[in-house]
Design a protein around this ligand. Structure first.
Ligand code: GLN
Length: 193
């Protein structure tokens, strides 16, 4: 059975994730409604614009159902903006987030050199080959709670984190041909199912 994985489709780089998940053997679906959320076994929140998406999640009635599904064990992965939306706290943002992972992030944190760059990342959980980390006005992790595992860092800041069934990446694996983070997430979905 193919795992059914949703990509939140209210705004952002949705299609790239759909393609990468499908390439990894999942049935990938765009999720825009609570009913569509019900039908998936895992959810990706892609990159995009966090202030817009936080507003749209409320308007589409998706915030509470996403929180409930994650509390019930559904794996969730936030990339870049998705990590901001999933974080407990955002250093420079007033809006309430989904609070799914106990980290504080800072938006657009990597200054000009890495504002948009490809950086080889050491990620032992994915093997010895460095992962091509694509950063686009990316957030970094300023604080991680005791339950949070830092799976990769760059410039002394966490950029790949996990807390139980929730992972977050500052970078964009959907924009590379390296599918190891997608495969890692799909394994979480298969294990949870
Ligand atoms: N800087 C964006 C934000 O704050 C995130 C950038 C991205 O997702 N590529 O929402």
């Amino acid at each position: 059975m193919k795992p059914v994985v949703g990509v939140l489709g209210v705004q952002g780089d949705v299609e790239e994730h759909v393609r990468a998940l499908a390439g990894g053997g999942a049935e990938a679906r765009v999720v825009k409604t609570p009913a569509e959320l019900e039908a998936v076994e895992g959810l990706v929140i892609p990159g995009g614009e966090s202030t817009t998406v936080i507003r749209l999640l409320e308007r589409f009635g998706l915030s509470a159902p996403i929180k409930a599904r994650v509390a019930g064990g559904m794996p969730l992965w936030g990339t870049c903006m998705g990590l901001i939306v999933a974080a407990r706290d955002v250093a420079d943002l007033e809006q309430p987030t989904l609070d799914l992972i106990d980290v504080t992030v800072r938006r657009n944190a990597f200054g000009r050199q890495v504002a948009s760059a490809e950086v080889p990342l050491e990620i032992p959980a994915l093997g010895s080959e460095p992962f091509p980390g694509i950063f686009i006005r990316a957030p970094w992790i300023e604080r991680a709670g005791p339950q949070v595992e830092i799976l990769a860092s760059h410039d002394g800041h966490g950029v790949f984190v996990r807390q139980a069934n929730v992972i977050g990446t500052s970078f964009h694996p959907e924009l590379t041909h390296d599918r190891r983070v997608h495969d890692y997430f799909l394994e979480m979905v298969r294990t949870a199912a």
